[in-house]
Design a protein around this ligand. Sequence first.
Ligand SMILES: NC(=O)c1ccc[n+]([C@@H]2O[C@H](COP(=O)([O-])OP(=O)(O)OC[C@H]3O[C@@H](n4cnc5c(N)ncnc54)[C@H](OP(=O)(O)O)[C@@H]3O)[C@@H](O)[C@H]2O)c1
Length: 311
Amino acid sequence: MRAVVVRAFGGPEVLEVADVPVPVAGPHQVLIRVEAATVNPVDLATRSGVLAQAGLMPARDMIGIGWDVAGTIEAAGPGVTGLVPGQRVIGLSDRLDVPLGTQADHAVLDADAVTGAPAGLSSAEAATLPLNGLTAAQALDRLDLVPGRTLLVTGAAGAVGGFAVQLAAARGLHVVAVAATEDEPLVRDLGAELFVPRTARLGEAVRALVPGGVRAALDAVVIGAAALDAVQSGGAFAAVVSGAAPPPLRGTRVFNHWIRADATRLSDLVALVEKDALTLRVAGAMPLDEVATAHRSLAEGGLRGRLVLVP
Ligand SMILES: NC(=O)c1ccc[n+]([C@@H]2O[C@H](COP(=O)([O-])OP(=O)(O)OC[C@H]3O[C@@H](n4cnc5c(N)ncnc54)[C@H](OP(=O)(O)O)[C@@H]3O)[C@@H](O)[C@H]2O)c1
């Protein structure tokens, strides 16, 4: 089968579509025929060597790329319950110790990282949900805000930020979104009540709209201390990028959230998608061998929605 891999770290030119054996589902794993796999910032970090330099992946001759997947189960290993061959599923490959990712003709995932795909949506749309939907949902869970509180979301037009705005609004939070001026209609459509265009003096700009500051912030870009300035003393701050968590000034609770695959939480998100309470956004779909083009487009910025590889 074909799989996107790198054999050396570098720019998009090191990406290769290699011919590799079809992987086999072990105990508590499933083999998925891949119909769509998104391209995410973490793929750029894997390809450039940032993850390896951080000591997060073992040295290997060849590293597979891709976290999100939508497809059809082809085989289930021993011990798998509730997932059967022929079933349309989505899942998240969050393990850095395995040789191949989801950007391939087939992918093996742990069964507890896989759930049924949302009905009535394309595989390209469905594949945009796991990584960024779960990151937003899990970070919001940890922020633990009661309805009526005010939440600042930075990078609100992006994948993590967009899901965070929608999920927070659905929880009854008042969302203050930070994005580029031209993204105001988009983020308001996603559920933001208040909008702040990108500015270096974020604390001041947010406090002008929300006297006393917001209760919490979910920083989906690397804004850090300037976003914490907008949070009231004793509030909470979630960062999702390594090194982006500022010191917990003024009695705030600051944490870095790292995604973990969770089929149960993912199926909650699927239910929201099926109720039209969560929007899946695809910026474009392309064949596997255009993966380098996808990396270049994502690195340039300005995409609204995810690029999806379709084997
Ligand atoms: N911790 C985890 O487990 C985890 C999981 C998933 C993602 N992440 C990380 O989360 C980050 C966001 O991922 P993503 O997939 O949401 O990326 P994305 O879709 O590219 O979204 C980032 C958004 O932030 C915008 N932006 C850039 N600078 C900004 C600023 N100063 N103020 C406000 N908005 C700004 C971008 O706009 P432009 O496109 O116009 O530049 C874009 O809309 C990435 O670094 C990713 O690696 C972490």
